[in-house]
Design a protein around this ligand. Structure first.
Ligand SMILES: [Zn+2]
Length: 58
């Protein structure tokens, strides 16, 4: 009865900006409209926000 099993990696999601896979627990998230976006870092969040603002600009 050896319980030498390593814990499985936590659930991972992809950063919406750089598509890097990160554990959900470490992801920065932001609710946009009806869905939640995940970022690996605040840097990527800033990038996405900037892109989004540009796209929305008329
Ligand atoms: Zn990222």
């Amino acid at each position: 009865m050896d319980e030498n099993i390593k814990p499985v990696d936590p659930e991972k999601i992809a950063c919406v900006v750089c598509l890097k896979e990160i554990p959900i627990s470490e992801a920065k998230s932001d609710e946009a409209s009806d869905y939640v976006l995940h970022y690996c870092s605040l840097e990527c969040y800033a990038v996405w926000k900037k892109q989004n603002e540009n796209e929305k600009k008329d």
